[in-house]
Each structure stands twice: as C-alpha cells, then as structure tokens.
Design a protein around this ligand. Structure first.
Ligand code: F6P
Length: 195
C-alpha cells in the first residue's frame, strides 16, 4: 500500500495575525517546520523514487516544500485555500463586527455558506475532484502540502467522513497526516513535528 501524506503549510505570517486568505510568507515557526518536514519526508520516502510533492499555487505551500529535495513538485490551483471573497485578509473578529449577517450565516451552515464573491466548502469539495482522481491513480506516495479547508475536504474523502463534518475536522498546523490505503480499509497515522 502506498501512503498519501497530508500537511498544511508551515505557520504563515497571516496565521500569526489571525487573518484568513491572503498569500503571505512563513513565520519563523513556519520556516522551522518546513525544514523539519523536509527531513521527515526525505527519510520516510527514501526508497520511493516515484514519489511526488503536490502544493497549491500560494507562496506559503511552495515555500514549505522548498527544502525538500529529490522529488518532483507539482502546483495545483485546485489545492489553493478556500476563497474568502470580500473577507479575504480579514480576521474572524472583524468579520463578526463589520459583517454580522455574513458571520451568522456561516456559523449556521458552514458547509454551504459561500463568502460573497468567494467560495463555500461545497465549492471546494467540487473543485477537488480532479485532484482526487489523480491521487487515486497514483501508484507512488504523494505528499500534499495545502491548506486547512482543502485538507479537511481531502481527508474526509479518504477517511470516509460525512459531508456535514468536513468544515469542523481538526487539521492542525505542523502535523503530518499519513493515510495508507490497503485492502482492509484505510489506516491513519499522525506525526506532530512541533509543539
Ligand atoms: O486561517 C487559516 C485558513 O486557512 C484561512 O485562510 C481559511 O479561510 C480558513 O483557515 C479556513 O478555515 P475555516 O473554514 O474554519 O474558517
């Protein structure tokens, strides 16, 4: 069985400020994670010559992948974070204060709520379809370096979690989720590389 390794990018400067969306670079902790991740991957996939690294097109995932040597890297737009539309660059407190109706509607139905001029979780799930098809076709391990909302959706697909849970699944920073697909089902391991 070949593993799929899922991880969020290292902590970004926007993560530190609590801002959603954007295209910021990594914080110092995020930079450290990218090095630890690279050591982990190079060891874990040492004899896996056909493995590949998939990122989004956003800087924070590309930078996180940058120290990893020896594997091809592929950028997917479909792996970009949920588009927060008019709320891009805001933090949750600002959304609550300046756009209380939007905040409320999202609280009520996070799965279906679509940011004005942006996306919903259902939109993200739909755009991930080609990525999932390609992941299913791969015979070699794949490392997916992406974002919170996108990884919730991908994880839910492989771990067979119900749709309604997706927006609430825990996908912490600086943690690798390894999924192994075998004949008897799916096995999962989590590696927390930093506190
Ligand atoms: O805060 C990091 C982040 O990746 C944002 O860019 C994104 O909007 C958010 O997480 C998605 O999580 P939630 O759906 O819980 O707001």
């Amino acid at each position: 069985p070949r593993p799929i390794l899922l991880t969020r990018h290292g902590e970004s400067r926007d993560n530190v400020r609590g801002r959603i969306g954007g295209d910021s670079v990594l914080s110092d902790a995020g930079e450290l994670y990218s090095k630890k991740l690279s050591n982990f991957i190079e060891k874990r996939l040492k004899s896996e010559r056909a493995a590949s690294i998939w990122t989004s097109t956003l800087q924070r995932t590309i930078i996180t992948a940058s120290p990893i040597a020896g594997f091809p890297k592929i950028q997917w737009r479909a792996l970009d974070e949920i588009n927060a539309g008019v709320c891009d660059g805001m933090n949750y407190k600002e959304i609550k204060k300046n756009m209380p109706e939007e905040y409320e509607s999202r609280e009520k139905d996070k799965l279906r709520y679509r940011y004005p001029r942006g996306e919903s979780y259902l939109d993200v799930i739909q755009r991930l379809e080609p990525v999932i098809i390609e992941l299913e076709r791969q015979r070699a391990p794949v490392v997916v370096i992406s974002h919170q909302a996108v990884l919730r959706a991908l994880y839910a697909y492989f771990a067979d979690r119900p749709l309604k849970e997706i927006p609430h699944i825990e996908v912490p920073l600086h943690t690798i989720i390894e999924i192994q697909m075998g004949v008897t089902g799916v096995q999962e391991k989590r590696y927390k590389l930093m506190d």
